[in-house]
Design a protein around this ligand. Structure first.
Ligand SMILES: Cc1cc2nc3c(=O)[nH]c(=O)nc-3n(C[C@H](O)[C@H](O)[C@H](O)COP(=O)(O)OP(=O)(O)OC[C@H]3O[C@@H](n4cnc5c(N)ncnc54)[C@H](O)[C@@H]3O)c2cc1C
Length: 353
């Protein structure tokens, strides 16, 4: 079926959903509160399932133009000893293609180019949505792709579920040098990650509860294995991003509001299930949501009952799966952050690579 939709939010989830809807023949408008799309952000892991979703959305080639494969990464102790391999080979063997990494601005560009190609999907900047019910009254469907503080979610589900801090500050950056090793190094209550992002550059992320400044962060990782201190020295602190890790809690009872009299609403991405970044699934899950929602709508019979059925099908396909991923990410966060390192590392050594 086709219809009219407004997508609230021009992040990864909103842009991917707008593409899917337009491909299905819908008339789509995207509203974004920022006056320009923020072109910062570090690398996103894109799992083969999300790559397939991007292929279905027609953005796979643009993704691969700037993405790099993620292979041969280890979990290490601060002295550099490898205690396990990340399961990247297994992912590649099973899926027939590798996990990819792409910096957030390139992924945004890929999606924006996909949308621009239609020539008739306005992305209206500087449009902060506050009256969700008025918006829903004038459309067949409103999509809340407006992130962890979603106004669309609050309008339909109240404020019982909201952003919760997990008590960890994360720092992320991109160094203009290539690291010879990749993966994560886990210390006591701290960790440091190194991934490729594009030739000649390294994406890094770190947590250290004691650090409040860049100098303190550098000091806390000074004794860690090479090239961690060197990577921090090679990144201008003015470009570092520092943020409180948060997730959506408690989990939502539904990702959709399939009530024709109030207006149909669906949530995608962080608005529906914001998670801690430990599993690197924030972008992937948003892309999978967009693909599942727009496939269900494309296959639905015309009319309000068709939309309601498609929304329920989307909720069935995505809610449990995304909420399990969010729970696993939060659990991994606790496991990585523990100060009981001997027990933790013993468990990690037993993991299959
Ligand atoms: C600038 C930025 C940088 C990021 N950098 C990283 C990173 O380096 N690493 C990482 O793991 N994750 C990062 N993230 C988060 C990551 O992009 C998301 O977790 C994931 O991609 C899911 O995206 P989303 O589209 O659901 O939500 P988001 O990416 O949060 O996008 C939501 C969009 O909705 C807009 N919006 C919010 N409220 C309204 C409203 N009321 N009306 C209209 N528009 C609204 C926001 O401005 C935003 O553009 C970043 C997010 C942003 C916005």
């Amino acid at each position: 079926m086709t219809g009219t939709a407004t997508v609230v939010g021009a992040g990864i989830g909103g842009l991917a959903t707008a593409i899917g809807l337009r491909r299905a023949g819908w008339s789509v408008t995207v509203l974004e509160r920022r006056t320009e799309l923020e072109r910062y952000g570090a690398a996103f892991g894109i799992h083969p399932t999300a790559q397939s979703a991007l292929d279905r959305l027609g953005a796979g080639d643009a993704l691969r133009e700037h993405a790099v494969p993620y292979r041969d990464a280890h979990i290490r102790t601060p002295d550099g000893t490898s205690i396990a391999r990340l399961p990247l080979e297994r992912i590649e063997r099973t899926a027939g293609r590798p996990e990819l990494l792409i910096s957030r601005p390139y992924l945004l560009d890929a999606l924006l180019a996909g949308l621009d190609a239609f020539g008739d999907v306005p992305v209206k900047l500087g449009e902060r949505v506050t009256d969700v019910e008025a918006l829903a009254a004038g459309q067949d469907l409103v999509i809340g792709a407006d992130g962890i503080r979603s106004a669309v979610r609050t309008a339909r589900f109240g404020d019982r579920s909201g952003p919760r801090e997990v008590g960890t500050v994360a720092w992320i950056g991109i160094a203009d040098i290539e690291s010879p090793v990749h993966g994560e190094t886990w210390g006591s209550g701290r960790f440091f990650g190194l991934t490729p992002v594009e030739p000649g550059r390294t994406n890094w992320y770190a947590t250290a509860p004691e650090a409040t400044t860049a100098d303190e962060l550098r000091g806390l990782f000074a004794g860690w294995h090479d090239p961690i201190p060197h990577i921090l020295d090679a990144t201008d602190p003015a470009t570092w991003i520092r943020y409180e890790m948060r997730h959506l809690y408690p989990a939502l009872p539904s990702f959709v509001s399939a009530d024709a009299s109030a207006g149909h609403v669906a949530l995608v991405g962080d608005a529906a299930h914001a998670m801690t970044p430990n599993l690197g699934q924030g972008a992937c899950t948003a892309i999978l949501d967009a693909d599942a929602l727009t496939r269900a709508l494309a296959a639905a019979p015309p009319g309000p009952a068709g939309i309601a059925g498609a929304l329920r099908a989307y909720d069935r396909e995505r809610r449990r799966s995304a909420q399990r991923t969010a729970f696993a990410s939060r659990t991994l966060h606790r496991f990585m952050s523990t100060e009981r390192t001997r027990l933790r590392n013993g468990v990690v050594r037993l993991l299959p690579g």
